[in-house]
Design a protein around this ligand. Structure first.
Ligand SMILES: [Zn+2]
Length: 116
């Protein structure tokens, strides 16, 4: 578990800061984290860490994002690859470019779950 935390936590924080909505339902927030891990224990830990870091706060069934980062864009190009989230074969690759990090490629359905 420690390895996962070290490797992915900063990326997840970076991603959360780039979401265009200020509020997400907890379910939507979990969808975001699932780009990195599907393990419920890790997901719980990431939510806890995000709260402790002052990145988000919980408000009933919603997550309010407290820190924002606007430098993000999505690049689309023709490709012949597999979606990093659902593993489906894709011919339109979407890459999410955060200021020091590129995520992807993802298919057109999965990339919507970034809420960017
Ligand atoms: Zn996909």
């Amino acid at each position: 578990m420690q390895d996962f935390q070290d490797y992915n936590r900063d990326k997840i924080f970076e991603l959360v800061k780039s979401v265009s909505k200020r509020k997400l339902k907890i379910k939507e927030f979990v969808e975001l984290i699932k780009f990195f891990t599907k393990d419920p224990e890790n997901i719980r830990k990431i939510i806890e860490d995000s709260i402790n870091q002052g990145l988000i706060k919980r408000n009933g069934s919603e997550i309010i994002i407290l820190k924002r980062n606007k430098r993000v864009r999505i690049i689309k190009e023709r490709c012949n690859d597999y979606c990093r989230r659902c593993n489906r074969k894709i011919v339109n690759c979407h890459y999410v470019m955060l200021h020091n990090l590129t995520l992807g490629p993802y298919g057109s359905e999965c990339v919507k779950k970034f809420f960017i």
